[in-house]
Structures are given as structure tokens and as C-alpha cells.
Design a protein around this ligand. Structure first.
Ligand code: GLC
Length: 431
């Protein structure tokens, strides 16, 4: 059986069952529509960023629509940006006016979202930026949007990160006391290793991570905390890459979640052309679970409050596949068997799922499975897949295959690839 990670303080039991969640990156940056880091990349001064705040008005926002799309895609939880690095708050914080209720939008955006997703059966999680390029107490450093403005740097030299930490802790308290059961807090991110000469990066001492984490666990027992506070956490969060195998820390497998975008940008990016196909996204989900992980797939809603058509296409395409193949994802994990080329295994007890990323001609050979499979079927339509073993002494000739090892089980596949992005064969293991 596959190895399982040792339990941590947060409750990850539901998490490793659910396997698939929706990430939502939404903030003022949706209006600029060119990546959520735009304030940093274009070195935009607060005075120039103000015009977005003054006009933020997502009039078509209907979280019930988002929640329905997420549910239909097969997602079981969601994580939304309560605040990103730009510092804009999506809820009605008592600690700042830099928030959605103070814009033309005029309301807390988080509360109805949490309610709508819960109504569809999805669990709620919050992404919260540790970094803040708007707060007056956040010391200007080499990542800050004002990093190259020497005059600004001089004028704001005396900033005290301890004051900012109080704000960070206070806002975290608000988020974890006002919206009921929050299952995940996704802090982002620490960079104490960075040194720009005139400034250093920030990390656990700046955020006061120990006491922050303590408060988080007190307010929401069982909550899952990610790994970006610089003091461990319950899950590892590889970003924009697929790990080569089950993620390990000090040689031990850990609970992990890959976070991925639809097009390379987390925030709404109007002119982006890097859209992943449904095929690629389904393969990424399968690949993740085959390595014992979860997938948190992002949508960046636009500034009117909608998922753009390309995002909806992707979600629906994944959903079509998930409707028939969810059994090979939910509750599944890595298998000890080694799959053939272009394939991935996931396993749930005695059910082994063979995912074929490329459809071969007639046969696929499964090493190590001879004598171990009681029944095999295609998952999309529950049609039997016949199987056989070949005498290991048999030479390959004319119409007879040979040179196949004794422990190999061969499946006989239809010529036509089944109508599924990634076809799956469900193998019922004996005993
Ligand atoms: C990052 C980025 C960011 C994004 C995120 C998601 O480190 O700063 O913009 O929100 O991680 O994983």
C-alpha cells in the first residue's frame, strides 16, 4: 500500500478525500487586467492606483453562479483571496477603509461567496496576503511597488513592521471569526532569504508567525494552514509546476496541494494567450492525484464579477470528465504499481485506476499485475475490458505476441478511443 503522511495538527482527512478545489484570485488588479502583480511590475504609486479603487464596481457579481460552475467541475472546496499583495480587502474589515465596501461596489464580497459555495456543498478557505503594498506600516522593501522610488523610500523610512503585524493579526482574527467554519488558511508569502542591500525580505519574525499560527488554531480548530509562514504548516504548496513524485520533507511524504492557473496569471488577464487545454488540465489533475496530491485550480474573475468564457469552457470540460471519472480521483491516492508509459495510476483500496494519456493500438501491458486483477472495465461506460497473460517462453511471431514477462497482464482495448479526454480503465484487484 502507498505510504501515508504523518498527521499534523490541521484536519487533512477530508482534504485528501476531496482532492480538487477552486482557487479564486480577485481584487482591484482585475481592472488593470494584466496580472495580480501589476502594481509591483509597473511600479504603480498609490495615487495612481486610486482610480481603480474609485471605480471598482463588479455589478454582475453572483457567487451562486461561480459556486455552481465549481461544483459542476467536480471541485469540493474553494480558497479565495481576501486580500492580495496590493493590499485591497474584499471584506468589510473594521481595520481599514481600503476595502470593497468603501468602493462603488459598496459591500462585503466574501460573506455572500462563502454562503453560496457552502450552499453547493463546497468547503471554504481563505488566501490572505502577508505582503501589503498599500498599508502605511508595511516597510518598503525590494518587492514593494515603490522600491525604485528613492524619494518615497526616504520619506517612508520609519515604518514599523510590528505595527503592520498587529494589522495582519487583527484582520486574520476578523476573517476567522466572522464567516463560520473556515477549513483552510492560505498565507502568502515569506521571503526572508531575500536581500537587496538597502532592504531585506520578510519572514516569520516580521509576521510573528508563531503567535499568528497559535491564534489561527485557537479560532478554527482543525483548520489547514499552508506552508508559507516559515514555520511548517499542514500542507506543502508547489506552485505552477507538477512535482516529479509524492512530495517529501526530510525523506517523509507530506500532504500537498499543487496550485495551478488556467493561463499563467492568477488575476484576470485579458490579453493572455497561454490558456491550457481541457486535456492538459485533466491530465494535471490525474497526475497530481497519482502522486498523492490535491489540485487547487485558479480562476481570476473579471472586474464585473464574472468568470470569462474561456475559464467557463475549461471548468465545464473538466466537469464533463469528472462526472464520469470522479471515482478515479476522490478518495484516491498514489499506487505502488508502476504504470506503463503515458499512463498514470491512482488507487482507492482494491480499485486501481489506469489513466491513458495516449490511446494505444489494441493492447496495453501492465507489469506486475498478472494474476492480481479480478475484473476490468472502462470507467466512462462500464464496458468490460478483456485481459490475458502471455506464456513468457513464447517468441513473438506472425500474429502472436511474445517476449512478455510472466508477471505482465495485457489488456485488450477497443480501436476507438472512448469519448473521454483521458480514458480510464478500472481494475478490480483480487482480495
Ligand atoms: C504567489 C504569488 C501570487 C499568487 C500565489 C498563488 O507566490 O505571489 O501572486 O497569489 O502565489 O500561489
Amino acid at each position: 500500500m502507498p505510504r501515508f503522511p504523518e498527521p499534523t495538527e490541521g484536519d487533512t482527512k477530508w482534504f485528501v478525500q476531496d482532492r480538487f478545489g477552486l482557487f479564486i484570485h480577485w481584487g482591484l488588479y482585475a481592472m488593470l487586467a494584466r496580472h495580480e502583480w501589476v502594481k509591483h511590475t509597473e511600479r504603480i504609486h498609490d495615487d495612481d492606483y486610486q482610480k481603480y479603487f474609485d471605480r471598482f464596481d463588479p455589478d454582475l457579481y453572483d457567487p451562486a453562479v461561480w459556486a455552481r460552475e465549481a461544483k459542476n467541475a467536480g471541485m469540493k472546496y474553494f480558497v479565495v483571496t481576501t486580500k492580495h499583495h496590493e493590499g485591497f480587502c474584499m471584506w468589510d474589515s473594521a481595520l481599514t477603509d481600503y476595502k470593497a465596501p468603501s468602493t462603488p461596489c459598496g459591500k462585503d464580497l466574501i460573506e455572500p461567496m462563502v454562503e453560496a459555495f457552502r450552499a453547493e456543498g463546497l468547503k471554504a478557505g481563505f488566501y490572505h496576503s502577508l505582503i501589503d503594498w498599500h498599508h502605511p506600516d508595511f516597510p518598503v522593501d525590494g518587492l514593494h511597488s515603490m522600491r525604485d522610488n528613492v524619494e518615497y523610500r526616504e520619506a517612508h523610512k520609519g515604518r514599523d513592521v510590528r505595527k503592520y503585524a498587529r494589522y495582519l493579526h487583527g484582520q486574520t482574527r476578523e476573517l476567522l471569526t466572522r464567516y463560520g467554519d473556515i477549513r483552510i488558511i492560505w498565507f502568502d508569502f515569506s521571503y526572508s532569504g531575500s536581500d537587496w542591500g538597502w532592504s531585506k525580505g520578510k519572514g516569520k519574525d516580521d509576521w510573528q508567525s508563531e503567535s499568528l499560527l497559535k491564534m489561527v488554531r485557537e479560532l478554527q480548530p482543525g483548520i489547514i494552514v499552508n506552508d508559507r509562514l516559515e514555520i511548517g504548516g499542514d500542507i506543502k504548496t508547489p506552485e505552477q509546476y507538477q512535482p516529479s513524485g509524492w512530495l517529501e520533507v526530510d525523506g517523509k511524504p507530506v500532504v500537498w496541494e499543487a496550485c495551478q492557473t488556467l493561463n499563467g496569471s492568477w488575476g484576470y488577464h485579458r490579453d493572455n494567450l497561454d490558456w491550457k487545454s481541457v486535456d492538459m488540465l485533466v491530465q494535471m489533475l490525474v497526475d497530481t492525484v497519482s502522486k498523492g496530491g490535491n489540485l487547487l485550480l485558479n480562476v481570476g474573475p473579471n472586474a464585473r464579477g464574472e468568470f470569462e468564457p474561456k475559464a467557463i469552457d475549461r471548468l465545464r470540460g473538466i466537469g464533463e470528465w469528472m462526472r464520469l471519472h470522479g471515482r478515479s480521483i476522490y478518495g484516491c491516492t498514489a499506487s505502488d504499481f508502476t504504470p506503463p508509459p503515458d499512463c498514470r495510476y491512482t488507487q482507492n483500496g482494491n480499485r486501481l485506476y489506469l489513466h491513458l494519456f495516449a490511446w494505444p493500438f489494441r493492447h496495453v501491458h501492465l507489469n506486475g499485475l498478472a494474476g492480481k486483477v479480478a475484473y476490468a472495465q472502462l470507467l466512462n461506460d462500464a464496458s468490460e475490458i478483456r485481459m490475458f497473460t502471455v506464456d513468457p517462453h513464447q517468441q513473438a511471431q506472425n500474429t502472436a505476441m511474445g517476449g512478455i514477462s510472466a508477471d505482465t497482464l495485457t489488456l485488450e482495448l477497443p480501436i476507438q478511443k472512448p469519448p473521454a479526454t483521458v480514458p480510464v480503465v478500472e481494475l478490480f484487484l483480487k482480495g
